[in-house]
Design a protein around this ligand. Structure first.
Ligand code: SF4
Ligand code: SF4
Length: 175
């Protein structure tokens, strides 16, 4: 399977599932879709830029070479064509995590804790099992593509760094 095939399959698996059975956007006024936050965005998994490049004005793709060479951020205006939303939006507030010894875990994204009430007040087990299973299944497919696996490994090390910062030690993303 090449990376576009893997990405399309992941998009499909994650198209209908949501973190809660009800609309969690009512808890936070859709905080994760606040298109007004400058310099923010969602990391694109390698190859997503090819899937999303002709989406029109709702999405812009910005290289972030200084922080993560070769990678891109997607920025939206707070609305999107839902079936074309990026993977990072589909899995939020979860994240696939590869340990140093190559074990794939699905974690609450420690970066989400300042934004998302699910990440700060709930535990992973409080999310819909179908959602967690879908994220795990999609991640299992994505890591079969070496380039995407490398990306997940890089993000995992970045999350390790976040965890080593004093103020992030106040929260726990292992649950
Ligand atoms: S910030 Fe969290 S609770 Fe709010 S809409 Fe996004 S995923 Fe749902
Ligand atoms: S692309 Fe869609 S789901 Fe993702 S942040 Fe923007 S509005 Fe929200």
């Amino acid at each position: 399977m090449d990376r576009l095939e893997a990405l399309k399959e992941a998009y499909d698996i994650l198209n209908k599932v949501t973190p809660l059975r009800r609309d969690c956007g009512t808890l936070c006024n859709k905080a994760c879709c606040d298109g007004g936050i400058e310099d923010c965005g969602m990391y694109l998994f390698p190859g997503e830029e090819d899937l999303l490049k002709d989406q029109g004005s709702w999405l812009s793709i910005v290289p972030v070479d200084k922080v993560m060479p070769g990678l891109n951020l997607a920025r939206c205006s707070g609305t999107c064509i839902r079936h074309m939303r990026p993977l990072s939006c589909r899995i939020f507030p979860l994240i696939p995590y590869l340990s140093q010894d190559d074990i794939l875990l699905i974690k609450m994204d420690i970066r989400a804790k300042g934004i998302c009430p699910l990440a700060s007040e709930a535990e992973k087990k409080d999310l819909q099992p179908d959602f967690i299973r879908a994220v795990r299944k999609a991640a299992g497919i994505l890591i079969t593509v070496p380039e995407i696996k490398g990306f997940i490994f890089r993000i995992s090390r970045m999350l390790d760094e976040y965890r080593s910062l004093p103020w992030f030690n106040l929260v726990d993303d292992r649950r």
